[in-house]
Design a protein around this ligand. Structure first.
Ligand code: SAM
Length: 279
């Protein structure tokens, strides 16, 4: 592999330019080219850090030809850096296909770690971080977004979402309705920038915070939702199981319907019988 080049996956700042690492500057200055999501945007960063390496456009819609060009450069011994517009490439940003191809071909792929909105927000949220699930962006269409949130309602890990100013109110509104008004949420807005703000409280209070001040609806957001607590998880399982029994009951015996619903949702059979009798 010694004669092959290295693909460096380099994190860049998510706001404050001083967050670029010394190692990132060295690598960006030493590679033969930098594959960037938006070359015009990245040119400003390169000027600020004094790097004159040629930039090559590589984004979500780049065809295979661009990736092939980068792979050919690596195979001929040149090293290439991959950056995105902000933060860590591949984290809700392009690069997966390129890294995958480089790995399949046995090329060296080295991360240059640095800023990432996901980890920055988690590190200050004050919500459980021992286990979390990164959901990236929710879907734009209301029905699809709500269906996804519904599927996550009983999640026992903290949930992390990225959100834009266009949908922050709708998303928090949906979370309040689906996860409940008391669920704790954390919102980190404009991390490392001049107008950075944070909110930690219930989903209901978060919605009010956003609605009361239009400034809080501007910029870039990370939303972290606290895990569903154990009692709520059990209650939601039971709710799902009762609904399932009701729909199966027309075609099969009660005993069989309860067995299927219990297996499918994890709800306990005795609790399920009691819930059905009370319903
Ligand atoms: N690769 C980036 C990273 O490492 O975090 C994420 C890129 S993704 C296209 C952009 C989204 O990340 C924004 O819409 C926002 O949800 C989040 N984000 C990026 N910078 C942020 C910041 N300074 N403050 C809050 N959220 C940010």
């Amino acid at each position: 592999m010694a004669d092959k080049g290295t693909l460096y996956v380099v994190a860049t700042p998510i706001g404050n330019l001083d967050d670029i690492s010394k190692r990132a500057v060295e690598v960006l200055g030493s590679v033969s080219k930098i594959a960037a999501e938006d070359t015009r945007h990245s040119k400003k960063l390169m000027q600020a850090i004094g790097v004159a390496t040629p930039l090559l456009s590589y984004h979500e819609f780049s065809g295979k030809a661009v990736a092939s060009k980068i792979i050919a450069a690596l195979q001929s011994g040149e090293s290439v850096a991959l950056i995105s517009d902000a933060g860590t490439p591949l984290i809700s940003d392009p690069g997966y296909k390129l890294v995958c191809r480089a790995r399949v071909l046995g090329l060296r792929v080295i991360p240059i770690p640095g800023a990432c909105a996901l980890t920055a927000a988690l590190s200050v949220a004050g919500l459980p971080t021992d286990k979390f699930a990164f959901e990236g962006f929710l879907l734009h269409k209301s029905a699809a977004r709500r269906a996804r949130l519904q599927a996550l309602a009983a999640e026992s890990r903290s949930l992390v979402f990225y959100e834009s100013p266009h949908r922050i109110v709708e998303s928090i509104g949906d979370m309040q309705q689906i996860f409940g008004s008391d669920r704790q949420v954390f919102v980190a807005r404009e991390i490392s920038k001049k107008f950075e703000t944070h909110f930690l409280g219930t989903s209901l209070d978060c919605l009010a915070w956003l609605q009361q001040d239009s400034n809080q609806r501007k910029g870039e957001f990370v939303i972290i939702v606290a895990p569903c607590d154990e009692l709520e998880v059990e209650a939601r399982k039971l709710q799902q199981a009762v609904a399932l029994v009701k729909s199966l009951r027309h075609d099969i015996s009660m005993k069989r319907a309860v067995a299927i619903a219990s297996e499918f949702t994890g709800a306990r059979k005795n609790q399920l019988y009691s819930a059905i009798l009370e319903d």
